[in-house]
Write a protein that binds this ligand. Structure first.
Ligand code: NAD
Length: 294
């Protein structure tokens, strides 16, 4: 069994990105809109800002209070869309009840949509013409590729059908010629599906949901789930995945731990999407200049 090391791969990739940004003189700016005071978001935003600064990306954090309205967020997004200094925009989820996340995130200019949530980017993914795809999805595919997992013809079972993980992941894997089954809360007899998976990806958020008797020998396991659970022994909260990790490790050929598997890759792919967005912007500018000079 090989335990996937997302932190190590993240470090290697950040070094590559740092080098690329410096050598190609890429002037990139990331703007994050953080509404409210969600504790987990505070951690995720901190990690994105830290990784961006490390590789030489300028950052701008817009902190908005709990009473912020949808219109205020929309107005901010419109102004960032028009600002040529801004390469990428992230509206950190979740937002407080008074803000309609979808109608705000949907307004982000698609070429600045680092999370890949806008209709244009989703349609591109649907159409197998990927542009900016959700960072967790990209991160999982990068991990599998890095560890030499061939997706073509593989029987992949995804548990979870959310718009940010399960659904876009299913599309991205179909685009790579995998045979994909998506299970969810209404699936009858989950085990009947998971037992046949060459690659099992769980994005649910129920600690220990996937047990040893639910998987086959030699399977590849990707655990996206992260739930904060109080650990009596240490008296602290700990992150737990959907897998019963110790038991599943005995049967897996390759498996991600929680923490230290998928999580670091999500942050890494924020940086990769920013670089991709900048390179696209440069290509577009070049084309426009050629037209003007004709
Ligand atoms: P979500 O709540 O939107 O979706 C959960 C999905 O699980 C739903 O589609 C639901 O149908 C399914 N589900 C619930 N109970 C089930 C059950 N008993 N059996 C089968 N399916 C069941 O969540 P999400 O936003 O997709 O996130 C899922 C998990 O992944 C969470 O723990 C979240 O914290 C984590 N997550 C981690 C990262 C990362 O970078 N590591 C990124 C995104 C989400």
């Amino acid at each position: 069994m090989i335990k996937i090391d997302g932190n190590k791969f993240k470090k290697e990739l950040l070094e590559e990105y740092k080098e690329k940004i410096a050598s190609e003189h890429l002037d990139i700016r990331l703007d994050i809109i953080f509404v409210g005071d969600n504790g987990a978001s505070e951690v995720y935003v901190g990690k994105k800002l830290e990784a961006a600064s490390y590789v030489g990306i300028r950052t701008n954090l817009h902190r908005l209070g709990m009473k912020t309205t949808t219109k205020e967020v929309q107005d901010l997004i419109k102004s960032l869309n028009e600002d040529d200094e801004v390469t990428g925009i992230i509206l950190q989820s979740p937002v407080p009840k008074g803000v309609d996340f979808d109608s705000c995130a949907g307004l982000i200019e698609s070429r600045k949509d680092i999370d890949g949530f806008t209709k244009q980017n989703i349609f591109a993914l649907y159409n197998n013409d990927e542009e900016l795809i959700p960072c967790t999805v990209k991160g999982i595919i990068k991990l599998l590729t890095h560890y030499g997992v061939n997706l073509e013809g593989k029987n992949v079972v995804i548990i979870g059908r959310s718009s940010i993980v399960g659904k876009p992941l299913a599309l991205a894997l179909i685009n790579r010629n995998a045979t994909v089954t998506v299970c969810h809360s209404k699936t009858v007899d989950l085990e009947a599906f998971t037992k046949n998976a060459d690659i099992l990806i769980s994005a649910v958020g129920v600690p220990g949901l996937i047990k040893e008797n639910m998987v086959k020998e030699g399977f590849v396991g990707i655990d996206v789930g992260t739930t904060r659970v109080f650990d009596e022994a240490s008296g602290k909260n700990k992150l737990k995945g959907d897998f019963d990790f110790e038991a599943l490790s005995k049967k897996a050929s390759l498996i991600t731990p929680v923490p230290g598997g998928v999580g670091p890759m999500t942050v890494t792919c924020v940086i990769e999407n920013l670089i991709d967005a900048k390179l696209e912007e440069k290509k577009h500018q070049k084309k426009m200049n050629l037209k003007i000079n004709r």
